[in-house]
Design a protein. Sequence first.
Length: 525
Amino acid sequence: MNRKVEIFDTTLRDGMQGLEINYSLEDKLEIASKLDDLGIDYIEGGFPLSNDKEAEFFRKIRSMNLRHARVASFGSTRKAGGSAESDGHIRALLDAETSTVVVVGKTWTEHVTRVIGTNLEENLRMIDDSISFLKKQGRVVIFDLEHFFDGWKGNAEYARKVLSAGMNAGADVMVLCDTNGGTLPHEVSEIYSTLKSEGYQRLGGHFHNDCGTAVANSLAAVNAGAMHIQGTVNGWGERCGNANLCEIMPNLTLKMDYEANCKPNMPHLTGLSRFVAEKANIIPDKRQAFVGVAAFSHKAGQHADVILKAPHLMEHLDGKLVGNSRQVLLSELAGKSTIIEKMRKYGDFGKNDEVVQVLIDELKSRENFGYEYEAAEGSFDLLMRKALGIYTPLVSLKNYHLESYKTATAQSNTVGRMFLDDSGTEVMGAAVGVGPVETLDGALRNALYPHYPDLKKIKLIDYRVRVLNPESASAAKVRVFITSSDGEHDWGTVGVNENIVEASWEALLDSFEYYLNNLNREPGE
Ligand SMILES: CC(=O)SCCNC(=O)CCNC(=O)[C@H](O)C(C)(C)COP(=O)(O)OP(=O)(O)OC[C@H]1O[C@@H](n2cnc3c(N)ncnc32)[C@H](O)[C@@H]1OP(=O)(O)O
Ligand SMILES: CC(=O)C(=O)O
């Protein structure tokens, strides 16, 4: 069995120092609860001296009965020339009433002289006083050595003295911080190995991502002896962010075989990532390793072929282990394996089946024309039904007529009506909407609701238009994507035409047909 590593989450402290990241007090409490569920060892809840919301978090979290995680409050060493007992930072840490406190201290000599404006000896006393005092108050003390790596490069002897000051004062973990994110993995390996060989123990790591190497640095630190690693969910934090725990945790536990308390809960990792994104009001990064929707999505035909034969030959890890799922994407780069995968719901087909050839030809020719089926599987489902001879049209259009009008004082409106043939019976629908697409949708629903009341459940939740050949100016071809939902499932459909209304009509009708077909009710029943 490999060594055990402590996971320290700073989503709620350093994470909040990131661009556009703001969590309300309620968000912070809910995120803390999810981090606890995942088996995170430490949750750094904030900087209690900073503002009331931060201090209030520590009051509220006390009644939450976390099952596993220790909550930590964060602050600086005491001020130069003062005493720990009377220092505001130290007082705020005690008032937070957390069993664990994090004290950040300076390691880089220039920071000591130019930023906190004191001498090197006094900085060591500030570290010693602050940590010793907090230890005497019965706290677990985590010592963050700010700018450790730059400090080491500038004056390794002084960096060693800072480390020793923390260790001798009784700090439980000495966290080497790459505060400006400028350190590279080979330097991390070298420095931790040197420190280990000199007998320094209880080392941790805190890396920022300014060189895009925060995760690699964290793994290198653990590999070279660190027993505690810090990061944030989704890697969001100051400037380019912190080391991403959604990458560190699965790498450590599932690929490097380290032990960590979060290990059994890795199947909840994708859920945690998306939960925090929701709270941050940030669209999750689709391409994020392990937890992004693209992480186990296969587009190239040859890759889909491997997935069909033996998924482990294509994927570095089974996505289910981190709560993610596999997708095979439709596109002009697909091969027959992709089609076979999509046709599974209709039976087992092979590469020699004619219908598979028909569909791959159809897919490629339509993608060439301007359709895109990757996000429009509803429309592709109808193509499969047509190829299999099990498609019945919902209705056929006789005509639609739309008229937009605007007066000098009122906003524009569109009135419309349409005539449809529903199994030999003429049906008519009419509507007024702000624009032509809303009116088309309204008139279609007006015509169909009496016979297909289930359609009332469908809501259009997204509508996107892309101009395909902008050089043709207003005569350009457009592609319309519609995403629809019945509250339980979402599906996408596509239409392409020189006329945006016609492209929208195609995507709209596909959406309704897909829904009725997939409720297992044939149109007209
Ligand atoms: C590497 C990190 O991420 S450290 C965490 C950084 N996080 C934050 O700064 C977020 C919360 N911060 C705040 O709310 C405010 O900055 C406060 C309340 C902490 C301080 O506010 P102010 O007193 O107005 O000071 P200001 O922010 O302008 O400057 C920072 C002060 O901390 C001092 N300081 C910085 N690091 C240390 C340290 N390790 N030990 C002691 N003092 C320190 C600086 O010398 C400066 O003091 P000065 O005003 O006497 O020159
Ligand atoms: C402590 C910390 O957040 C840093 O050094 O980046």
